[in-house]
Design a protein around this ligand. Structure first.
Ligand code: HEC
Ligand code: HEC
Length: 375
């Protein structure tokens, strides 16, 4: 049976905490002082037998990858509050599975990580070994072939059309800052107010005003950082920073060609009601980014980013909608952020552009010298 991670997180940590946990990297822990050697998994955790000699901040992303691959919650393998305990058979099996996965890749794929937990499990704890008879009627061959047969535009053509659709280079580059008032909601959940400040070229901070305090995600132009109620402020990991840095690009439509080193165009796919070309944007040493552009309007409708973990890549997806013109540029008034088992939508109600925004607003606050009260 598949169980969704979201439920137990939401009840265990409260609504805001659940979002912060899932979308902010999920690990609250004091960061090693700047300059110090980052801790290894064994130094940070108590009972590591397989995922050894890795930076400690890669462990939780790897766990999130496992949970998403099997479609389970952490408690499927862990005793709540005592993650180091080996009381559950599933945890012991998972260790054997990690070794098996590494052996498969070593022996068959030159050590490249081709096979992951998801390859077999596909969101279930019990992989299916027999082909499935689908209740859905098969898609007519002709439809697939028609899509595949359409000549593809080049990446340059798609990206140029996008820039034009947004308003053109000049209009985009005229925008120096953007301040948005919005609300964040999960399906069936309450709305939480959120303030977003962005400054060209790549500074961004969003502040979600939760019941318990502000939940902050920020990128200062070089480094991302996170702050959640009741937890110490922490810098993002390099992986998280890459994604946050991309989100912070205020002139994305104008600069996208410079942000990556190569692009690969794939045939159009249905995204919601529309067809969209997939452009795989590649930069050496980083996981690729998938950009989906509406074949008609030319607008960016979806972006999928990945963060690397020791076991596989964790995806996060943003769908852009409700594009409206503000000061000569088209900007999305709504976007939906999704990860396996979780999704939320941000709806903008008010936009102000080219207003003064101080650089200091994006800087990570220094941790307080001595906490005034225990949390
Ligand atoms: C399918 C089983 C499985 C799931 C699901 C799972 N884990 Fe793990 N977890 C493991 C295994 C196995 C280890 C030990 C890894 C090793 O020995 O290298 C581990 C280790 C850990 C540790 C280190 C504990 C210590 O001190 O030794 C933490 C923390 C942890 N997991 C957190 C999580 C979180 C949070 C989730 C949910 C997002 C999760 N795990 C989901 C199997 C799982
Ligand atoms: C090559 C295919 C394959 C890969 C890769 C794989 N698994 Fe499995 N896994 C299986 C099969 C098949 C079973 C069921 C075995 C059985 O029923 O006895 C299973 C069972 C399990 C179970 C026990 C589930 C239960 O309900 O008791 C866990 C936990 C598990 N896998 C975790 C993982 C993790 C974590 C990874 C990645 C590190 C992984 N698996 C990678 C094929 C795979």
């Amino acid at each position: 049976m598949n169980r969704k991670m979201g439920k137990s997180l939401a009840t265990g940590l409260g609504f805001a905490g659940a979002l912060a946990f899932a979308f902010a990297g999920g690990h609250a822990r004091a960061q090693a002082p700047a300059g110090a050697k980052p801790k290894s998994t064994q130094e940070q955790f108590k009972n590591i037998q397989v995922l050894k000699d890795l930076p400690a901040d890669q462990l939780i992303p790897a766990m999130q990858f496992i949970a998403a691959s099997l479609g389970v919650e952490c408690e499927f393998c862990h005793v709540q509050g005592a993650m180091d305990k080996d009381d559950k058979q599933t945890k012991k099996t998972a260790r054997e599975m990690m070794l098996m996965m590494m052996a498969i890749n070593k022996e068959n794929f030159k050590g490249n990580r081709e096979v992951t937990c998801f390859t077999c499990h596909r969101g279930a704890n019990d992989p299916v070994g027999t082909p499935i008879i689908s209740d859905e009627p098969p898609k007519p061959e002709a439809e697939n072939e028609a899509i595949a047969a359409k000549p593809l535009p080049t990446a340059d053509e798609i990206l140029d059309k996008y820039l034009q659709a947004v308003g053109g280079r000049e209009a985009v580059e005229k925008i120096t800052s953007r301040v948005e008032k919005a609300s964040l909601s999960v399906p069936g959940g309450p709305e939480v107010p959120i303030d977003i400040f962005a400054k060209a070229p790549d500074k961004r901070i969003s502040m979600m005003h939760t019941r318990d305090g502000d939940s902050i995600t920020a990128f200062d132009g070089h480094q991302g950082w996170l702050s959640n109620p009741g937890r110490p402020v922490r810098p993002m990991t390099e992986q998280e920073s890459n994604v946050a840095g991309l989100d912070a690009q205020l002139h994305f439509a104008a600069d996208v060609k410079q942000l990556f080193t190569s692009f690969l165009v794939r045939p159009a796919e249905k995204i919601g009601e529309h067809e969209a070309y997939l452009v795989r944007a590649i930069k050496e040493g980083k996981p690729p980014v998938r950009l989906y552009f509406d074949t008609e309007s030319g607008m960016l409708v979806r972006m999928i980013r990945y963060t690397e973990t020791p076991l596989g890549r964790n995806p996060s997806q943003v769908d852009f909608a409700d594009y409206r013109v503000a000061d000569g540029v088209k900007i999305p008034y709504r976007w939906t952020l999704a990860r396996p088992g979780q999704r939320f939508t941000i709806q903008v109600s008010e936009v102000k552009q080219n207003v003064p925004v101080e650089d200091s607003q994006f800087a990570m606050p220094a941790p307080p010298p001595a906490p005034p009260k225990a949390n």
